[in-house]
Design a binder for this molecule. Sequence first.
Ligand code: SF4
Length: 324
Amino acid sequence: MDTTDSLANKPTSNDPRLTPAQQATLDLIRLPVEERITHKSTLRAQIQLELEKETVDLVDQIEEPLWVSKRQLQAVTSCEALYEAQQVEPFEWKLPMTRGQIFHKCVELSIHISPPRAAPELVDEALVSLMNRGDALADFLLDLNDVERAEIRSEVASLLQTFFDTFPPLRPAWSPTTELPRKVLLHRGKIVLQGRFDLTVGEPDELTAGRVLLELKTGRAVPHHLDDLRFYALLETLVVGVPPSLLASFYVDAGTVQVEAVDEDLLRSAIRRTGNSISRLVQLRLKKVQPERRPSGSCRWCPIADDCRPGQSWLEEAGGGGAW
Ligand code: SF4
């Protein structure tokens, strides 16, 4: 590795090739070597054991594997009744949802494509690539009319330009990856944990943490983004054996990053949340418990809101609940 350009180097002075915003992002996502934690070689086995312990009594009753991603964990820790309703609803693409997909494809191409392209060109390349995939997203994008396609193209090109202006250019010495998949089998495949990291930079050095997991957010900040990344820290540890050094959410609109260092306390809290949620998902699958209704802003678009009393009460209160 080219150590003169490594992400491990402690920032001592500003890099004149970077904008102030790029420098600020780099300073936050670059953890100097002396601050990186060296972990025990038994950590991976220990986490697997703790997660399996939560479901050991029930897992034999599961017939089909239970797939668990950050989406299921977030859903089951908010409203379980909504989670169950969504399980039976067919998924449909909507135009705003494609923004993140196209943006992520652009970032992926920007790292690997040569010669480098300007933002609008990358958006065109990304759209062609996604439309050639032959999946539901490809069908949706192919069905857009010219105006819709022009609007989404313009929106993603602007986002991408903001990203280029505020995120440091990714150097090969940082070992960047995009869409890095991680899959973990618990109970010999009865429960499958999975995730795909938007962007990673850096690498572990034997048992010393060094990889930074970054989620590129094209929407607003919400509290569960932290939980999503903590779950990813577990996935990384269960696959590689070494936790990441930092977790980061980069908010593309604002060009700002929120960073959290990974230590033992963070891993403990992620194990607790993930273990409890998996156990709850198994119990719901086996109909051992009734789904809990937990009203929140989601009641506004929940498909079963009309038949949900707690949801209706919440909506009434949120809407003002009568005259002044
Ligand atoms: S209306 Fe609200 S409380 Fe009821 S199921 Fe939907 S999200 Fe849950």
